[in-house]
Design a protein around this ligand. Structure first.
Ligand SMILES: [Zn+2]
Length: 470
Protein backbone atom coordinates (compact mmCIF):
# COMPACT_ATOMS: atom_id res chain seq x y z
CA UNK A 1 0.00 0.00 0.00
CA UNK A 2 1.47 3.36 -0.96
CA UNK A 3 1.92 5.97 1.76
CA UNK A 4 -0.44 8.39 0.00
CA UNK A 5 -3.14 5.76 -0.37
CA UNK A 6 -2.66 4.83 3.29
CA UNK A 7 -3.27 8.45 4.36
CA UNK A 8 -6.32 8.80 2.11
CA UNK A 9 -7.78 5.54 3.43
CA UNK A 10 -7.04 6.54 7.04
CA UNK A 11 -8.62 9.96 6.55
CA UNK A 12 -11.78 8.40 5.13
CA UNK A 13 -12.02 5.93 8.00
CA UNK A 14 -11.33 8.69 10.52
CA UNK A 15 -13.99 10.89 8.98
CA UNK A 16 -16.41 7.97 9.21
CA UNK A 17 -15.55 7.58 12.89
CA UNK A 18 -14.31 4.04 12.33
CA UNK A 19 -10.66 4.57 13.10
CA UNK A 20 -9.67 6.77 15.99
CA UNK A 21 -6.51 8.79 15.73
CA UNK A 22 -3.64 8.34 18.16
CA UNK A 23 -4.36 10.85 20.89
CA UNK A 24 -2.10 12.58 23.39
CA UNK A 25 -3.81 13.63 26.62
CA UNK A 26 -1.66 16.07 28.53
CA UNK A 27 -1.65 18.78 31.15
CA UNK A 28 -3.60 16.88 33.82
CA UNK A 29 -2.58 14.93 36.88
CA UNK A 30 -2.36 11.16 36.32
CA UNK A 31 -2.95 8.39 38.83
CA UNK A 32 -1.58 5.29 37.07
CA UNK A 33 -2.36 3.01 40.06
CA UNK A 34 0.17 0.57 38.67
CA UNK A 35 2.77 -1.36 40.54
CA UNK A 36 5.31 -0.81 37.77
CA UNK A 37 8.26 1.56 37.46
CA UNK A 38 5.99 4.59 37.74
CA UNK A 39 4.92 3.34 41.16
CA UNK A 40 1.63 4.16 42.73
CA UNK A 41 2.00 7.86 43.30
CA UNK A 42 0.32 10.50 41.21
CA UNK A 43 2.06 12.31 38.37
CA UNK A 44 1.24 15.94 39.10
CA UNK A 45 1.29 16.95 35.45
CA UNK A 46 1.71 14.22 32.88
CA UNK A 47 0.77 12.79 29.53
CA UNK A 48 -1.01 9.69 28.32
CA UNK A 49 -0.64 8.54 24.72
CA UNK A 50 -3.45 6.34 23.42
CA UNK A 51 -2.65 4.44 20.25
CA UNK A 52 -5.20 4.17 17.48
CA UNK A 53 -5.81 0.52 18.43
CA UNK A 54 -7.23 1.63 21.79
CA UNK A 55 -4.25 0.66 23.95
CA UNK A 56 -1.97 2.83 26.05
CA UNK A 57 1.21 3.55 24.10
CA UNK A 58 3.05 5.79 26.57
CA UNK A 59 2.65 7.80 29.74
CA UNK A 60 4.86 9.80 32.03
CA UNK A 61 5.57 13.15 33.63
CA UNK A 62 5.75 16.34 31.56
CA UNK A 63 4.13 17.02 28.21
CA UNK A 64 5.52 14.06 26.26
CA UNK A 65 7.59 16.22 23.90
CA UNK A 66 10.75 14.30 24.74
CA UNK A 67 9.16 10.86 24.49
CA UNK A 68 10.18 9.12 21.23
CA UNK A 69 6.93 7.10 21.29
CA UNK A 70 4.97 10.36 21.14
CA UNK A 71 7.17 11.69 18.32
CA UNK A 72 6.75 8.43 16.38
CA UNK A 73 2.97 8.49 16.76
CA UNK A 74 2.88 12.13 15.70
CA UNK A 75 4.93 11.39 12.58
CA UNK A 76 3.10 8.23 11.59
CA UNK A 77 -0.40 9.41 10.85
CA UNK A 78 -3.46 11.21 12.23
CA UNK A 79 -2.73 12.61 15.65
CA UNK A 80 -4.78 14.60 18.11
CA UNK A 81 -3.88 16.41 21.32
CA UNK A 82 -6.30 16.96 24.19
CA UNK A 83 -5.49 19.44 26.93
CA UNK A 84 -6.52 18.26 30.39
CA UNK A 85 -5.11 21.06 32.52
CA UNK A 86 -6.78 21.05 35.93
CA UNK A 87 -8.20 17.56 35.47
CA UNK A 88 -7.23 14.15 36.91
CA UNK A 89 -6.86 10.96 34.86
CA UNK A 90 -7.24 7.58 36.53
CA UNK A 91 -8.06 4.05 35.40
CA UNK A 92 -11.73 3.12 35.03
CA UNK A 93 -13.08 1.46 38.16
CA UNK A 94 -13.50 -2.32 38.23
CA UNK A 95 -16.49 -3.73 40.08
CA UNK A 96 -15.62 -7.20 41.36
CA UNK A 97 -19.19 -8.06 42.23
CA UNK A 98 -22.39 -6.84 40.54
CA UNK A 99 -25.79 -8.06 39.43
CA UNK A 100 -26.64 -5.71 36.59
CA UNK A 101 -30.29 -6.78 36.20
CA UNK A 102 -31.02 -5.48 39.71
CA UNK A 103 -30.73 -1.94 38.36
CA UNK A 104 -34.52 -1.95 37.88
CA UNK A 105 -35.25 -2.65 41.57
CA UNK A 106 -33.68 0.16 43.58
CA UNK A 107 -35.15 1.10 46.89
CA UNK A 108 -36.98 -2.23 47.19
CA UNK A 109 -37.62 -3.63 50.71
CA UNK A 110 -35.76 -0.80 52.46
CA UNK A 111 -36.19 -2.19 55.98
CA UNK A 112 -34.72 -5.64 55.30
CA UNK A 113 -31.49 -7.46 55.80
CA UNK A 114 -30.33 -9.92 53.17
CA UNK A 115 -32.72 -12.88 53.72
CA UNK A 116 -35.90 -10.77 53.72
CA UNK A 117 -34.52 -8.62 50.90
CA UNK A 118 -34.00 -11.79 48.82
CA UNK A 119 -37.58 -12.80 49.62
CA UNK A 120 -38.86 -9.37 48.59
CA UNK A 121 -36.94 -9.30 45.30
CA UNK A 122 -35.75 -12.65 43.91
CA UNK A 123 -38.45 -14.85 45.39
CA UNK A 124 -41.29 -12.39 44.84
CA UNK A 125 -40.58 -11.23 41.29
CA UNK A 126 -37.93 -13.60 39.87
CA UNK A 127 -40.55 -16.07 38.65
CA UNK A 128 -42.39 -13.44 36.62
CA UNK A 129 -39.68 -12.24 34.25
CA UNK A 130 -40.80 -12.28 30.60
CA UNK A 131 -38.58 -12.51 27.51
CA UNK A 132 -36.60 -9.30 27.16
CA UNK A 133 -36.76 -8.34 30.84
CA UNK A 134 -33.36 -9.66 31.88
CA UNK A 135 -31.80 -8.04 28.81
CA UNK A 136 -33.35 -4.59 29.32
CA UNK A 137 -32.56 -4.56 33.04
CA UNK A 138 -28.98 -5.69 32.42
CA UNK A 139 -28.40 -2.89 29.93
CA UNK A 140 -29.95 -0.40 32.35
CA UNK A 141 -27.40 -1.53 34.95
CA UNK A 142 -24.45 -1.49 32.54
CA UNK A 143 -25.11 2.03 31.24
CA UNK A 144 -25.64 3.23 34.79
CA UNK A 145 -22.30 1.79 35.93
CA UNK A 146 -20.54 3.36 32.94
CA UNK A 147 -21.95 6.79 33.81
CA UNK A 148 -20.49 6.34 37.29
CA UNK A 149 -17.05 5.37 36.00
CA UNK A 150 -17.17 1.56 36.25
CA UNK A 151 -15.59 0.49 32.96
CA UNK A 152 -15.25 -3.21 33.84
CA UNK A 153 -17.79 -5.20 35.81
CA UNK A 154 -18.13 -8.73 37.08
CA UNK A 155 -21.73 -9.51 36.16
CA UNK A 156 -22.84 -12.18 38.58
CA UNK A 157 -25.91 -13.52 36.75
CA UNK A 158 -28.97 -15.26 38.18
CA UNK A 159 -31.12 -18.13 37.02
CA UNK A 160 -34.69 -17.98 38.25
CA UNK A 161 -35.80 -21.31 36.88
CA UNK A 162 -37.22 -19.67 33.78
CA UNK A 163 -35.93 -20.75 30.38
CA UNK A 164 -32.25 -20.92 29.52
CA UNK A 165 -32.92 -18.41 26.72
CA UNK A 166 -34.27 -15.87 29.22
CA UNK A 167 -31.28 -16.44 31.47
CA UNK A 168 -28.82 -15.98 28.63
CA UNK A 169 -30.14 -12.48 27.90
CA UNK A 170 -27.91 -11.30 30.78
CA UNK A 171 -24.93 -12.26 28.61
CA UNK A 172 -26.11 -11.07 25.21
CA UNK A 173 -27.38 -7.73 26.57
CA UNK A 174 -23.95 -6.86 27.88
CA UNK A 175 -22.34 -7.74 24.56
CA UNK A 176 -24.39 -4.88 23.13
CA UNK A 177 -23.11 -2.27 25.59
CA UNK A 178 -19.65 -0.69 25.62
CA UNK A 179 -18.92 -1.72 29.24
CA UNK A 180 -16.34 -4.46 29.65
CA UNK A 181 -17.55 -7.45 31.58
CA UNK A 182 -16.62 -10.78 33.02
CA UNK A 183 -19.70 -12.93 32.83
CA UNK A 184 -20.31 -14.98 35.98
CA UNK A 185 -22.13 -18.00 34.70
CA UNK A 186 -24.63 -19.83 36.89
CA UNK A 187 -25.70 -23.36 36.10
CA UNK A 188 -29.21 -24.68 36.19
CA UNK A 189 -28.69 -27.04 39.13
CA UNK A 190 -31.21 -29.52 37.71
CA UNK A 191 -29.20 -30.03 34.51
CA UNK A 192 -26.47 -32.67 34.19
CA UNK A 193 -22.73 -32.15 33.63
CA UNK A 194 -22.98 -32.66 29.86
CA UNK A 195 -25.65 -29.95 29.59
CA UNK A 196 -23.59 -27.61 31.75
CA UNK A 197 -20.55 -28.08 29.51
CA UNK A 198 -22.47 -27.78 26.25
CA UNK A 199 -24.07 -24.51 27.36
CA UNK A 200 -20.91 -22.99 28.80
CA UNK A 201 -18.41 -23.96 26.11
CA UNK A 202 -19.63 -21.63 23.32
CA UNK A 203 -19.48 -18.66 25.70
CA UNK A 204 -15.97 -19.51 26.91
CA UNK A 205 -14.87 -19.80 23.26
CA UNK A 206 -16.01 -16.22 22.61
CA UNK A 207 -13.46 -14.83 25.05
CA UNK A 208 -10.67 -13.13 23.10
CA UNK A 209 -10.07 -9.80 24.85
CA UNK A 210 -9.48 -6.85 22.55
CA UNK A 211 -9.57 -3.10 23.22
CA UNK A 212 -12.83 -2.62 21.34
CA UNK A 213 -14.75 -5.61 22.71
CA UNK A 214 -16.82 -5.74 25.89
CA UNK A 215 -16.36 -9.44 26.78
CA UNK A 216 -13.29 -9.83 28.96
CA UNK A 217 -13.81 -13.19 30.57
CA UNK A 218 -16.12 -15.87 31.91
CA UNK A 219 -16.31 -17.08 35.49
CA UNK A 220 -18.50 -19.45 37.45
CA UNK A 221 -21.08 -18.15 39.91
CA UNK A 222 -21.28 -21.19 42.19
CA UNK A 223 -24.53 -21.60 44.12
CA UNK A 224 -24.38 -25.30 44.99
CA UNK A 225 -23.36 -24.77 48.62
CA UNK A 226 -26.87 -23.41 49.17
CA UNK A 227 -28.52 -26.23 47.21
CA UNK A 228 -27.91 -29.98 47.01
CA UNK A 229 -24.64 -31.30 48.55
CA UNK A 230 -23.33 -32.69 45.26
CA UNK A 231 -23.63 -29.46 43.29
CA UNK A 232 -20.66 -27.46 44.64
CA UNK A 233 -17.98 -30.06 43.79
CA UNK A 234 -19.44 -30.28 40.26
CA UNK A 235 -19.32 -26.49 39.89
CA UNK A 236 -15.72 -26.30 41.08
CA UNK A 237 -14.70 -29.16 38.77
CA UNK A 238 -16.39 -27.38 35.86
CA UNK A 239 -14.58 -24.11 36.60
CA UNK A 240 -11.21 -25.79 36.91
CA UNK A 241 -11.69 -27.84 33.75
CA UNK A 242 -12.16 -24.61 31.77
CA UNK A 243 -9.47 -22.75 33.74
CA UNK A 244 -12.05 -20.28 35.08
CA UNK A 245 -12.33 -18.29 38.28
CA UNK A 246 -15.26 -18.87 40.63
CA UNK A 247 -17.22 -16.54 42.89
CA UNK A 248 -19.58 -17.39 45.74
CA UNK A 249 -21.65 -15.24 48.09
CA UNK A 250 -20.31 -16.11 51.51
CA UNK A 251 -20.44 -14.72 55.04
CA UNK A 252 -22.75 -11.87 54.05
CA UNK A 253 -25.66 -11.59 56.53
CA UNK A 254 -24.76 -11.16 60.17
CA UNK A 255 -27.61 -13.27 61.54
CA UNK A 256 -26.43 -16.56 60.03
CA UNK A 257 -22.69 -16.09 60.46
CA UNK A 258 -22.26 -19.03 62.85
CA UNK A 259 -23.97 -21.48 60.47
CA UNK A 260 -22.16 -19.92 57.51
CA UNK A 261 -18.74 -20.36 59.09
CA UNK A 262 -19.62 -24.00 59.74
CA UNK A 263 -19.82 -24.50 55.95
CA UNK A 264 -16.05 -23.92 55.55
CA UNK A 265 -15.06 -27.64 55.62
CA UNK A 266 -17.54 -28.25 52.79
CA UNK A 267 -15.76 -25.66 50.64
CA UNK A 268 -12.44 -27.27 51.46
CA UNK A 269 -13.73 -30.76 50.64
CA UNK A 270 -15.07 -29.50 47.30
CA UNK A 271 -11.67 -28.07 46.29
CA UNK A 272 -13.21 -24.59 46.31
CA UNK A 273 -10.40 -22.89 48.20
CA UNK A 274 -8.07 -22.16 45.29
CA UNK A 275 -6.44 -19.12 43.70
CA UNK A 276 -9.35 -18.64 41.31
CA UNK A 277 -11.90 -18.31 44.13
CA UNK A 278 -13.26 -14.98 45.28
CA UNK A 279 -15.85 -14.75 48.03
CA UNK A 280 -18.34 -11.92 47.66
CA UNK A 281 -18.75 -10.10 51.02
CA UNK A 282 -16.80 -12.46 53.35
CA UNK A 283 -17.63 -10.17 56.27
CA UNK A 284 -17.66 -12.52 59.24
CA UNK A 285 -14.69 -14.82 58.64
CA UNK A 286 -12.74 -16.09 61.65
CA UNK A 287 -8.95 -16.27 61.84
CA UNK A 288 -8.73 -19.88 60.67
CA UNK A 289 -10.89 -19.22 57.60
CA UNK A 290 -8.85 -16.14 56.70
CA UNK A 291 -5.62 -18.08 57.13
CA UNK A 292 -6.79 -20.96 54.90
CA UNK A 293 -8.15 -18.62 52.23
CA UNK A 294 -5.01 -16.47 52.16
CA UNK A 295 -2.72 -19.50 52.03
CA UNK A 296 -4.58 -20.79 48.97
CA UNK A 297 -4.46 -17.40 47.23
CA UNK A 298 -8.25 -17.04 47.38
CA UNK A 299 -9.74 -13.56 47.59
CA UNK A 300 -12.65 -11.53 48.88
CA UNK A 301 -14.68 -8.75 47.27
CA UNK A 302 -15.74 -5.96 49.61
CA UNK A 303 -18.98 -4.11 48.83
CA UNK A 304 -19.31 -1.27 51.36
CA UNK A 305 -22.45 0.36 49.91
CA UNK A 306 -24.39 -2.90 49.73
CA UNK A 307 -23.12 -4.08 53.12
CA UNK A 308 -24.34 -0.81 54.61
CA UNK A 309 -27.73 -0.85 52.88
CA UNK A 310 -28.44 -4.43 53.98
CA UNK A 311 -26.90 -3.97 57.45
CA UNK A 312 -24.62 -6.91 56.74
CA UNK A 313 -21.57 -5.57 58.55
CA UNK A 314 -18.08 -4.21 58.04
CA UNK A 315 -15.31 -6.69 57.25
CA UNK A 316 -11.95 -6.13 59.01
CA UNK A 317 -10.23 -5.21 55.74
CA UNK A 318 -6.93 -4.15 57.25
CA UNK A 319 -6.69 -7.38 59.25
CA UNK A 320 -7.44 -9.38 56.07
CA UNK A 321 -4.73 -7.56 54.13
CA UNK A 322 -2.25 -8.06 56.96
CA UNK A 323 -3.03 -11.78 56.84
CA UNK A 324 -2.18 -11.85 53.14
CA UNK A 325 -5.75 -12.19 51.89
CA UNK A 326 -6.34 -10.61 48.49
CA UNK A 327 -9.04 -7.91 48.64
CA UNK A 328 -10.99 -6.35 45.78
CA UNK A 329 -14.05 -4.13 45.72
CA UNK A 330 -17.46 -4.13 44.08
CA UNK A 331 -20.55 -1.94 43.91
CA UNK A 332 -22.84 -5.01 43.98
CA UNK A 333 -26.28 -4.84 42.36
CA UNK A 334 -28.18 -1.58 42.21
CA UNK A 335 -31.00 -3.05 44.30
CA UNK A 336 -28.69 -3.14 47.30
CA UNK A 337 -26.27 -0.29 46.62
CA UNK A 338 -28.60 1.59 45.33
CA UNK A 339 -26.43 3.90 43.26
CA UNK A 340 -23.56 2.12 41.53
CA UNK A 341 -21.10 4.87 42.37
CA UNK A 342 -17.53 3.70 43.05
CA UNK A 343 -16.64 7.17 44.37
CA UNK A 344 -19.23 6.71 47.12
CA UNK A 345 -18.07 3.12 47.60
CA UNK A 346 -14.45 4.05 48.34
CA UNK A 347 -15.39 7.02 50.49
CA UNK A 348 -17.95 5.16 52.57
CA UNK A 349 -15.62 2.16 52.88
CA UNK A 350 -12.70 4.19 54.14
CA UNK A 351 -14.83 6.34 56.45
CA UNK A 352 -16.45 3.23 57.92
CA UNK A 353 -13.07 1.65 58.71
CA UNK A 354 -11.95 4.87 60.39
CA UNK A 355 -15.19 5.22 62.35
CA UNK A 356 -14.65 1.78 63.82
CA UNK A 357 -10.93 2.27 64.45
CA UNK A 358 -11.12 5.88 65.66
CA UNK A 359 -7.77 6.36 63.97
CA UNK A 360 -6.78 7.72 60.56
CA UNK A 361 -3.72 5.53 60.11
CA UNK A 362 -4.12 2.31 58.16
CA UNK A 363 -5.56 2.45 54.65
CA UNK A 364 -5.29 5.72 52.76
CA UNK A 365 -7.28 7.10 49.81
CA UNK A 366 -4.82 5.80 47.23
CA UNK A 367 -5.07 2.30 48.74
CA UNK A 368 -8.84 2.31 48.26
CA UNK A 369 -8.41 3.38 44.64
CA UNK A 370 -5.98 0.51 44.10
CA UNK A 371 -8.42 -1.97 45.67
CA UNK A 372 -11.27 -0.83 43.37
CA UNK A 373 -9.13 -0.96 40.21
CA UNK A 374 -5.96 -2.99 39.77
CA UNK A 375 -6.40 -5.27 42.80
CA UNK A 376 -9.88 -6.25 41.69
CA UNK A 377 -8.63 -6.79 38.14
CA UNK A 378 -5.96 -9.16 39.51
CA UNK A 379 -8.54 -11.16 41.43
CA UNK A 380 -10.72 -11.44 38.32
CA UNK A 381 -7.70 -12.52 36.26
CA UNK A 382 -7.93 -9.59 33.83
CA UNK A 383 -5.05 -7.39 35.05
CA UNK A 384 -3.21 -7.91 31.76
CA UNK A 385 -5.85 -5.77 30.10
CA UNK A 386 -7.39 -3.37 32.62
CA UNK A 387 -7.15 -1.95 36.14
CA UNK A 388 -4.22 0.46 35.84
CA UNK A 389 -2.71 2.86 33.36
CA UNK A 390 0.28 1.00 31.93
CA UNK A 391 1.75 0.71 28.45
CA UNK A 392 0.07 -2.10 26.53
CA UNK A 393 -3.12 -2.15 28.59
CA UNK A 394 -6.49 -1.12 27.18
CA UNK A 395 -7.04 2.65 27.36
CA UNK A 396 -9.93 2.53 29.86
CA UNK A 397 -9.77 5.70 31.89
CA UNK A 398 -11.72 8.47 33.57
CA UNK A 399 -11.15 12.16 33.24
CA UNK A 400 -12.27 13.76 36.50
CA UNK A 401 -12.69 17.51 36.83
CA UNK A 402 -12.40 18.59 40.48
CA UNK A 403 -13.40 22.06 39.29
CA UNK A 404 -16.87 21.04 38.06
CA UNK A 405 -18.63 20.99 40.41
CA UNK A 406 -15.94 22.98 42.16
CA UNK A 407 -14.13 21.28 45.02
CA UNK A 408 -11.46 23.94 45.62
CA UNK A 409 -7.71 23.53 45.30
CA UNK A 410 -6.19 20.05 45.03
CA UNK A 411 -3.96 19.30 48.03
CA UNK A 412 -3.58 15.58 47.41
CA UNK A 413 -4.70 14.02 44.13
CA UNK A 414 -5.90 10.68 45.54
CA UNK A 415 -7.60 12.36 48.52
CA UNK A 416 -9.39 14.77 46.18
CA UNK A 417 -10.78 11.82 44.22
CA UNK A 418 -11.79 9.73 47.25
CA UNK A 419 -12.85 12.40 49.73
CA UNK A 420 -13.94 15.38 47.64
CA UNK A 421 -15.18 14.11 44.27
CA UNK A 422 -18.24 12.15 43.25
CA UNK A 423 -19.31 10.75 39.92
CA UNK A 424 -20.71 14.24 39.15
CA UNK A 425 -17.08 15.28 38.65
CA UNK A 426 -16.56 12.79 35.81
CA UNK A 427 -16.05 14.81 32.68
CA UNK A 428 -15.45 11.80 30.41
CA UNK A 429 -15.18 8.01 30.50
CA UNK A 430 -13.05 6.24 27.90
CA UNK A 431 -13.13 2.53 27.04
CA UNK A 432 -10.51 1.25 24.62
CA UNK A 433 -9.55 4.86 23.87
CA UNK A 434 -13.09 5.71 22.78
CA UNK A 435 -15.09 8.36 24.62
CA UNK A 436 -18.14 6.55 25.99
CA UNK A 437 -19.47 9.05 28.52
CA UNK A 438 -19.47 12.80 28.24
CA UNK A 439 -21.18 15.24 30.62
CA UNK A 440 -22.98 12.44 32.45
CA UNK A 441 -24.45 10.84 29.34
CA UNK A 442 -23.48 7.74 27.40
CA UNK A 443 -22.64 8.92 23.89
CA UNK A 444 -25.17 7.68 21.31
CA UNK A 445 -27.37 5.92 23.87
CA UNK A 446 -31.06 6.80 24.22
CA UNK A 447 -31.30 6.66 28.02
CA UNK A 448 -34.88 7.96 28.09
CA UNK A 449 -36.13 5.18 25.80
CA UNK A 450 -34.45 2.50 27.91
CA UNK A 451 -35.82 4.07 31.10
CA UNK A 452 -39.35 4.00 29.69
CA UNK A 453 -38.94 0.39 28.55
CA UNK A 454 -37.63 -0.71 31.96
CA UNK A 455 -40.46 1.07 33.78
CA UNK A 456 -43.06 -0.61 31.54
CA UNK A 457 -41.45 -4.02 32.05
CA UNK A 458 -41.39 -3.65 35.84
CA UNK A 459 -45.06 -2.59 35.82
CA UNK A 460 -45.89 -5.74 33.82
CA UNK A 461 -43.89 -7.96 36.20
CA UNK A 462 -45.71 -6.48 39.19
CA UNK A 463 -49.07 -7.00 37.46
CA UNK A 464 -48.28 -10.66 36.68
CA UNK A 465 -47.08 -11.27 40.24
CA UNK A 466 -50.11 -9.58 41.72
CA UNK A 467 -52.51 -11.54 39.47
CA UNK A 468 -50.84 -14.83 40.42
CA UNK A 469 -51.27 -14.07 44.14
CA UNK A 470 -55.06 -13.81 43.81
ZN1 LIG B 1 -24.37 -10.22 45.34
Amino acid sequence: MSRTFFYVLSSCLLAAGLLPAATLYRGGAILPLSGGPLGDGPIESGYLLVADDGTIAALGAGDGAADPRVSAARAAREFATVDLTGKIVLPGFVSGHSHLWQSAFRGITPASELPAWLDGLHRTYGGFFAPGDFGAFTQHGAFDQLRHGVTTTYNHSHFFGSSFENYREQFTAELATPQRFIFAWVNDSKADDATWRSRLEPIVKQVAPRPNQPLLGVSINAVGIYQAPAVLPREIALAKSFGLTTQIHYLEPSATQVEDRALWPKYQAAGAIYRGMSFAHFIHADDAIVRDAAAAGAAMIWNPLSNGRLASGLPPIEKYLAAGLRVGMGVDGQASADISDPFENVRLGLYALRIRRENAGGLQPIDLLRLHTVKTAEILGVQRYVGSLEVGKFADFLVVDPGDPGTGPVWDVAATIVFACSSRNISAVYVGGKKIVEAGRVVGHDAAALEADVNARVRAIRARQSAAKK
